[in-house]
Design a protein around this ligand. Structure first.
Ligand code: BES
Ligand code: MN
Ligand code: ZN
Length: 508
């Protein structure tokens, strides 16, 4: 099926510049830290000399702490407004993630402002990139559905200048343009997650991505999209995607995006992302309280598709095969019943004991299809809001990594660390696999309740060739922020996994 053309509006993003001279904006952002002395504070303004000894006394009296996520605005200073953003305790070497979060908190506090200069301790290009990312990621608003009150909503910070003397012009330019690409595609992931199922169906997901691919340069950038509709999915034997989608009036899709680099191809990775545009639980209906968060059940698909576009725009020499199985999990007279048996692409049968364990069914189809590609893969990574057990085990800010290849997972964990995303390795204990045995099919879709995240990982492992390095990323908690905004992370869709995937490919 050829992608149909629809338009997509990418939210306007903060423009980024660099300066090592005069400050022209009327807002200046600097870092604030606590020192060893009790209640002591210090300013960290990087290469910019800020005379503010007397301000520190006032800040201390106000109860300022310099802690992360603390943002204090004071009128005056060399500009109209001085903004202090917490960097924690004084250090000679702030982590890039500390800088990213502090820049993000400040950018969030500057909603509605038109421009600001950020003077933070940026010692090298990586730090500059982190501050730039923090700014664009923090300056995010989702106002598409604000309707008549739209004009009353504060817009995100329009322009930011970063004060730095540390990098050459060319280096600085590439650090900023990389941050703009990361920002643009993280915003795309967030927009897709925040868009409710009334406006995001499997079909419209594919159309939005087709439009985004066109904006990214399409075939000129090495990008190509192919879409399977429900008829083709049925005809070709995608029993997982069809089974999960059959209860909904919005039929399922499979979206494939390939990126082929212009020059030499160093590696080829397949990315697979769970794309449930809404998860009601199917006939195993979820409780009403909190069900609205299940509009985020396509976060994995959004992350892998947007990461592929980012990788293409960065022109990285790694080929990507992205697969997004898309379906809406609804209860109805056509929905899959507990005890139904479906056949996954490639022939394995699954007894569906719980239609709420639907993610693994659509992923199984896509994982098998991805491995049937004619090109030899160096690795395959699936990304999914797969289990509530992930949230129980690791909380809402740390994602899980499961694997059949510890070397590959080390590579990923290093990439995630340097990208500033929290991932943690989890095991796939063989003894739990028996709980997925079914008396009537090759396997069942649920097993032991204990270790539910691992059982889900073991289910997926059944559909991956043992020789192919594979990672399973469960992002159930971190994909969607139901709490308060913090650092560069807004309420709602977060865009988690994109930065780690891009970094992994950059380091490949
Ligand atoms: N989409 C959910 C998992 C989820 C839960 C994501 C909370 C984000 C936040 C998934 O489809 C699901 O329902 N999983 C079940 C599996 C169970 C039936 C084995 C779960 O975790 O309860
Ligand atoms: Mn479910
Ligand atoms: Zn789900």
């Amino acid at each position: 099926m050829k992608p149909t053309k629809t338009s997509i509006t990418l939210a306007p993003m903060t423009t980024l510049k660099i300066t090592d001279g005069l400050i022209k904006d009327d807002v200046l952002v600097v870092g604030l830290v606590s020192t060893n002395t009790k209640g002591g504070l210090a300013i960290e303004s990087g290469d910019y000399d800020l005379e503010a000894k007397n301000l520190l006394v006032a800040l201390s009296e106000m109860g300022a702490s310099g802690k992360a996520d603390e943002v204090i605005k004071i009128p005056g200073g060399p500009t109209r407004l001085l903004v202090f953003t917490g960097l924690g305790t004084k250090s000679t070497n702030y982590s890039h993630e500390t800088l990213r979060r502090a820049a993000g908190s400040a950018a969030r506090a500057l909603m509605g402002s038109s421009s600001a200069t950020f003077a933070l301790p940026v010692k090298n290009n990586e730090a500059l990139n982190a501050v730039a990312e923090g700014i664009v990621l923090g300056a995010y608003v989702f106002s598409e559905f604000k309707g008549t009150t739209k004009s009353e909503n504060k817009a995100s910070l329009a322009h930011a200048t970063i004060f730095s003397k540390s990098s050459s012009k060319a280096e600085a330019k590439s650090a900023l343009s990389r941050a703009m690409i990361i920002g643009k595609y993280t915003h795309l992931v967030r927009d897709l997650i925040n868009t409710p199922p009334s406006h995001l169906t499997p079909d419209s997901f594919t159309k939005k991505l087709a439009a985004a691919i066109k904006l990214a340069g399409g075939a000129n950038s090495g990008l190509k999209a192919t879409i399977w509709d429900e008829k083709k999915l049925k005809a070709e034997g995608f029993g997982g995607i069809v089974g999960v989608g059959q209860g909904s009036a919005n039929p399922p899709r499979l979206l494939h995006i390939s990126y082929t680099p212009k020059a030499k191809v160093f590696k080829r990775y397949a990315l697979v992302g769970k794309g449930i545009t809404f998860d009601t639980g199917g006939l195993n209906l979820k409780p009403g309280l909190g069900m609205e968060a299940m509009k985020s059940d396509m976060s994995g698909a959004a992350a892998i598709c947007a990461a592929t576009l980012a990788i293409a725009e960065l022109g990285l020499p790694v080929a990507i095969e992205a697969w997004a199985p898309l379906a809406e999990n609804m209860p109805s007279d056509t929905a899959t019943r507990p005890s139904d048996i479906i056949t996954i692409f490639g022939g394995k049968t699954v007894e569906v004991l719980n239609p709420d364990a639907e993610g693994r069914l659509v992923l199984a189809d896509a994982l098998v299809k991805a491995q049937a590609s004619k090109n030899k893969l160096d690795g395959i990574i699936d990304v999914a809001t797969l289990t509530g057990a992930q949230v129980v085990a690791l909380g809402t800010r740390t994602s899980a990594v499961m694997t059949n290849n510890s070397e590959f997972s080390e590579l990923f964990l290093n990439a995630a660390r340097s990208a500033g995303e929290q991932f943690w390795p989890m095991p796939l204990p063989v003894e739990l696999r028996a709980s997925l045995d079914s008396p009537v099919a090759d396997l069942a879709n649920i097993g032991d309740k204990n270790g539910g995240m691992l059982v889900a990982g073991l289910f997926l492992k059944d559909f991956v060739n043992d020789e192919l390095p594979w990672l399973h990323l469960d992002i159930a908690g971190p994909a969607y922020n139901e709490g308060k905004a913090h650092g560069y992370t807004p309420v709602g869709g977060t865009g988690v996994a994109l930065r780690s995937l891009v970094r992994l490919v950059e380091q490949a």
